[in-house]
Design a protein around this ligand. Structure first.
Ligand code: 6PG
Length: 252
């Protein structure tokens, strides 16, 4: 059954303009969510790409644009390290996204637990936060994602068993091409989102981005499994990642 998700692509000239475009997109998604449901649920990815966006959202110009008091912030994935560790996604967001101090609810993944326990604990946290009946997947208003040079997203790496997970909301993963055991949301959660916002910048992402946007029938990159069935897959890329002929051309 082909997915009916919408695809949108915005191409910015610079990483800063891409971050600004992402901030405006988040602001709109948050306003609609609060108008329609009285709350906004957002899941953040780690890595370096979102840091420009986090700092922009923390700036005097932007820090009051999102309805933080009605917002629940969760994580897409986490390295199994303590929050103080330099590689902690939660630790990096806590330092760069200062409005986290005033959100309605923050749901960090517990990188200090044994990974399998951490995955079960986070499933319990999500079930409580979303008041989920048993077995139901949380539906985020927005999930902010990045893409690795190998086409991974979240902590779903090429060839990983996590890509095949259809029952669990959170899985422990043990990548061989990246440091640390990880906790990650699974594709059923990512694809349940109202909006998957994928922010990709930098020349080193050009080749995987071109493949990711080629809409191949048979996905072979993890990020090509992103098909939010009842939502929108919104790419925001910069010129360095899109290349001179522009990512739009690839979408045709
Ligand atoms: C992580 C991220 C991961 C990230 C990509 C891109 O924990 O590493 O969630 O999926 O989005 O690896 O990372 P960069 O933004 O650093 O290129």
């Amino acid at each position: 059954m082909p997915s009916m998700h919408r695809i949108q692509l915005d191409r910015a000239d610079t990483p800063e303009q891409a971050a600004e475009c992402a901030a405006r997109t988040l602001e709109t998604a948050a306003r609609v969510a609060v108008e329609q449901r009285g709350a906004f649920s957002l899941a953040l990815s780690g890595g370096s790409t979102p840091l420009l966006l986090f700092r922009l959202l923390s700036s005097p110009e932007w820090r009051d644009h999102l309805p933080w008091a009605q917002t629940t912030v969760a994580w897409v994935d986490e390295r199994c390290v303590a929050p103080e560790h330099a590689d902690s996604n939660y630790g990096a967001a806590r330092a760069a996204l200062t409005p986290l101090a005033r959100v309605r609810r923050v749901l960090p993944m517990d990188g200090g637990l044994p990974p399998e326990e951490g995955a079960l604990a986070y499933e319990r946290d999500l079930s409580i936060a979303f008041s989920l009946p048993d077995g139901e997947m949380p539906r985020f208003d927005c999930i902010l994602l990045g893409m690795g040079g190998d086409g991974h997203t979240a902590s779903l790496f090429p060839g990983s068993s996590g890509l095949l997970e259809m029952r669990r909301a959170v899985r422990a993963q043990y990548p061989v091409t990246a440091p640390h055991a990880r906790l990650t949301l699974t594709l059923p959660v990512l694809n349940a989102a109202r909006l998957c916002l994928v922010l990709v910048t930098g020349r080193e992402k050009r080749a995987p981005l071109r493949r990711a946007l080629s809409l191949l029938e048979e996905p072979d990159l993890p990020i090509q499994y992103l098909k939010p069935d009842r939502g929108t897959l919104h790419w925001i890329v910069d010129a360095a990642a899109a290349g001179s002929d522009g990512a739009k051309a690839t979408l045709k």
